[in-house]
Design a protein around this ligand. Structure first.
Ligand SMILES: NC(=O)c1ccc[n+]([C@@H]2O[C@H](COP(=O)([O-])OP(=O)(O)OC[C@H]3O[C@@H](n4cnc5c(N)ncnc54)[C@H](OP(=O)(O)O)[C@@H]3O)[C@@H](O)[C@H]2O)c1
Length: 262
């Protein structure tokens, strides 16, 4: 691996770093630019820096990974300017910011929409590249994303808003759904710890079952739904009222709209 500088080691940058470390990436190849200090102990062997120094400019940084909040980009890019001038590849995971915003000196830019399961190498990583990314750099970007999970390229950058809404934000929807189920169990008198385990096993068991059987979602729903039974009673409310479909579409549209306006 060529040297990479990860800028921002919070929720998402930290998840990617953890995923790289799990997959045996040489920690000597990664440097992290961060403002925080307390998390460093979690990333043994990684060099943390807090400013761009002359000696860093002499390092052969092949790729800058940008993982700060959209509102923190401008000061970061100003800070990184002497490094960006050297034309490394920029890999941005920033929601709502297109590749043009990072190609300050005609830099090759890869925009990625990851998600937090990248920390355990089970992420979704959707990639888009600008025209300065040649086949060697494309391969380099793939070599960085492959250890983190399922990854693929899209040709149309505007699709990133949809990918952000479904895949980038998606873990939060899953956890919210789990929380609703857990809260109902607790309300019904089940111990909170057991409620947590039951919901976790329900979701992980269902996902594993889907993977192993390879059946369609529709078939798997039918398998649980007997005519006149309990599942049908619940599905009549969930599905037939149309309210859940409407609310999910509204929620995704809100995320897409936010991504467009970040
Ligand atoms: N979280 C997700 O699930 C997710 C999913 C997909 C994409 N993303 C994208 O990932 C990016 C980061 O999100 P996040 O949730 O990881 O945010 P976060 O937890 O706030 O992490 C960002 C980190 O970058 C640091 N930082 C900001 N400016 C810096 C600078 N100039 N130099 C060094 N460090 C700096 C922040 O420090 P301070 O706290 O001191 O500001 C913070 O520790 C966002 O653009 C988001 O759109 C996130």
């Amino acid at each position: 691996m060529n040297k990479i500088l990860l800028c921002g080691c919070g929720n998402m940058g930290g998840a990617m770093l953890r995923g790289w470390m799990n997959s045996g990436v040489n920690t000597m190849d990664i440097m992290v630019l961060e403002r925080k200090h307390f998390d460093r102990v979690k990333f043994d062997g990684i060099t943390f820096i807090s400013e761009i120094t002359e000696s860093l400019l002499k390092e052969r940084i092949a790729c800058i990974v940008i993982a700060v909040k959209p509102s923190h980009i401008e000061p970061l890019l100003t800070q990184l300017d002497p490094l960006i001038k050297l034309k490394p590849m920029i890999l941005s995971v920033v929601a709502g910011k297109n590749t043009d915003q990072f190609s300050l000196y005609n830099n090759p830019v890869v925009r990625v929409m990851p998600n937090t399961p990248s920390a355990i190498n089970q992420g979704n990583l959707v990639m888009y590249k600008n025209s300065y990314v040649d086949s060697g750099l494309k391969r380099f970007a793939e070599s960085l994303m492959e250890p983190l999970g399922l990854n693929f390229w899209i040709e149309d950058e505007s699709m990133m808003d949809l990918m952000t809404a479904v895949s980038g934000s998606g873990p939060a929807y899953v956890f919210y759904f789990m929380k609703l189920l857990k809260d109902r169990l607790i309300k019904g008198g089940i111990d909170p710890m057991l409620s947590d385990q039951l919901v976790l096993n329900l979701i992980s068991g269902s996902v594993a079952y889907k993977k192993v059987t390879g059946k369609s979602l529709e078939d798997l729903i039918d398998q649980v739904t007997s005519p006149g039974g309990t599942t049908e009673a619940a599905l009549n409310v969930l599905r037939d009222s149309g309210e859940l479909d409407t609310v999910i579409h509204k929620a995704l549209d809100a995320a897409i709209e936010r991504s467009k306006n970040l």
